[in-house]
Design a protein around this ligand. Structure first.
Ligand code: SF4
Length: 172
């Protein structure tokens, strides 16, 4: 035990250093998302997140969009508490059966036009949980999906690129 404690004191933690944030790329991407949302929707983008049984890894990346590094609200992107105020549903997880009704009701409560973005590999086909009797192997089993953002989990910049691709595909 003493040897282990001494070794840990000498070597320090084994965690990797965080990757350097590309502030310029982030600012350009976020402002393109904002401009495209204003041009295509006539307003900023409101996003409602729904966890359909995820391990929370995807949520950590989605939450990162609101931290001091990304701070997406400065570009006009907002997470909203109610689907009635949302344009986009960001859905994570393998579509757990117990979340089926909640997702259906959230989808019905979101006004048209609305888009559903499946975030992460689980949301596409169940990912690491595929085949489990507790899930439906992807959210397309319950609601129509407009875009899938791959990754386990997708990084914040990948989320932004996905939102931009979705907005650019929307007819003006
Ligand atoms: S895609 Fe990966 S990080 Fe996201 S919910 Fe599934 S296992 Fe977790």
């Amino acid at each position: 035990m003493r040897r282990l404690l001494l070794r840990n004191l000498v070597h320090g933690p084994l965690t990797e250093a965080a990757p350097a944030a590309d502030g310029a790329a982030l600012a350009e991407l976020a402002s393109r998302v904002n401009e495209t949302a204003r041009r295509r929707l006539g307003r900023t983008l409101a996003i409602r997140e729904v966890d359909a049984g995820s391990c929370n890894g995807c949520e950590l990346e989605i939450h990162a969009l609101g931290n001091v590094l990304y701070d997406l609200e400065r570009f006009g992107l907002r997470f909203v508490a109610s689907p009635r105020h949302a344009d986009i549903l960001l859905v994570t997880g393998p579509m757990a059966r117990h979340m089926r009704e909640a997702l259906e009701r959230t989808y019905q409560a979101t006004p048209d036009p609305k888009w559903v973005v499946a975030v992460g590999d689980c949301a596409r086909d169940g990912g690491a949980f595929a085949g489990s009797p507790a899930c439906l192997d992807g959210i397309a089993a319950v609601v129509p999906v407009d875009l899938h953002i791959p990754g386990c989990p997708p990084a914040p910049l990948a989320l932004l690129k996905g939102l931009l691709a979705l907005l650019e595909s929307v007819s003006a």
